[in-house]
Design a protein around this ligand. Sequence first.
Ligand SMILES: [Fe+2]
Ligand SMILES: [Fe+2]
Length: 279
Amino acid sequence: MGTHSSWIEKIQSLPVLPQIAMRVTERMQSPTATLPEISDLIKSDVGLSAKVLRLANSSYYSIPGGVSEVSKALHYLGFTTIAQIVLTSSVFGSFKTQGIREFPLAPFWLHSFAVGQLAEMTARTLQLENASDAFIGGLIHDVGKLILLEIDPDHLARVVRLAREKNLSFLAAENELGDSTHVELGLELARHWKLPSTIQSAIQFHHSGKSDRSCNLIQWANLRVNFRKLGNSGNHDPALESAMNDSQARLGLGASALDALEIHFQKEFEKAGAILSGH
Ligand SMILES: [Fe+2]
Ligand SMILES: [Fe+2]
């Protein structure tokens, strides 16, 4: 079993977030972000270019005649979606591409992506500050689980098995086993990656919540995505609904706003397949 200090040491030796993701994260915080500069960054990366073209040519966009040039595809996709592609690909590309039996990666990626997309959309609905950070906060809220996969897969397998046997949340199972949790590990990685403090807080408080609405937002989006069983992140807590409703009330998200959001989210989530393929 890993000890806290050896795990932390291993996190320090994990690769840093690729430059392109750092640039996009920075640009997302700036009102002057422009498509041409992002377009140049994407064109320099074959994998990202392929993803952009795949999504632009998917049934979601139905562009007559299709598109074969990245710069043209970007025009249809828009900045928000491009940022989602770059960040998803960079974050998940920094880790092992093989899951384990107890923790397959495809459902985990889907869970993470869904939380990111829902958080970003909800932030815009509620007109929260830093709405653009909500996607990456949601995308990486559980990144500590990927760190466990990388540095101690046997511990990860034990956590998931315990959660399944006792119907526990992933976090409760970790606490029962008594080692560092995915929350602590994820926060450590966010510091190693020098992500903005708002994103660090999103990881740190995604289970406990905080008076801060942007942290509550990630907490709610995570509960909602778990409740709707979009993907899977090793969680087996059956008592999600009341926690989700409490979190929703704290966020100030009314029933009619939620209905409108749900319709919009379902449509946006259709992009997940094309964005996640190959990762
Ligand atoms: Fe979590
Ligand atoms: Fe989660």
